[in-house]
Design a protein around this ligand. Sequence first.
Ligand SMILES: [Zn+2]
Ligand SMILES: [Zn+2]
Length: 337
Amino acid sequence: MLDLEASGICGTDVHFHDGTLALDPGCIIGHEFVGRVRALGEGVTGDGLGQTLAVGDCCIACIALPCGTCFCCRQGETASCLSFGVTNAAPAAAPPHFHGGYAELLAQPAATLVRVPADVSVAAVAAFACAGPTCIRAFAFAGDLRGDELVVVQGTGPVGLFAVAWAAARGCRVVAIGSGNSPRRLQMAARLGATLVLDYRSVPAAQRQEQVRELAADLGRGNGADVVFEATGAPGALPEGLELLRTLGTYIVPGQYSSSGAVAIRPELITFKALRIIGSGQYKLGDIGTYLAFLRQSADLQQDLAACVTHRYPLAQVNQALADVAAGTCVKAVFVP
Ligand SMILES: [Zn+2]
Ligand SMILES: [Zn+2]
């Protein structure tokens, strides 16, 4: 059993709330729970990554329960399990009742917990508890970064901001495209390492493409970005992503996390530019370990990431919190005790 330290409000929760993602009524949503161990089950001494676990330790709780036996799980690709379970799908009426992250307590199998190192700040952990591992898995599927790439990140929500931080920390040149409606997010993208931040509402698409192409030419990278990372969740971002890439570029698409309609693309760009398009929807428990190791690299980085938690709410203000997240006024919002 875990006591709430911070529980993130995710864009996915907004989709549940507005009905674009289906949900069984009667369960507790929330999948970004960071909590402190109040009690351990009998005989439990370790977390899901085999690290020791004791009462008082801080943990990230991962809701994913890969089946372990399907075709993908047998290849070790548990992030793409064909029959995923989630720990927060059980109705709250069923014991032990506290299955979901929007709560002060969470009853969670120890095998789905990852202990947070003592020298990592809870705010930094909570800022990207879901977005961080999501990004890390998506980059891993794409072969990760070498460090000399020009990376364009579409979207400056938590997934996009973490992608900026990850790519910049590797030495990549990063361009972030976000919305001027959320100026704090644009500022945060610059703080996390984007050297060029474009507001898509004030800089027209043709100009954005020209700026990216000029930058690519200056860096000697060819006719566009090496990597475009889609983190807007808006289908309309895809046609532009294909345009921004250089020949032999890679489009990483982990952001389309709801059924938000169709969009027309120019498929000939995929052929003529020999593009790679890499999708990614979930992450493995080990990606949480990678995320925490990344945070441990530097106190400055932790401070910058923690600064992304701009809104804190008690659980009683759940409707306000969801409305603020839907409106994009927060960089990251979390519930706190
Ligand atoms: Zn999430
Ligand atoms: Zn499976």
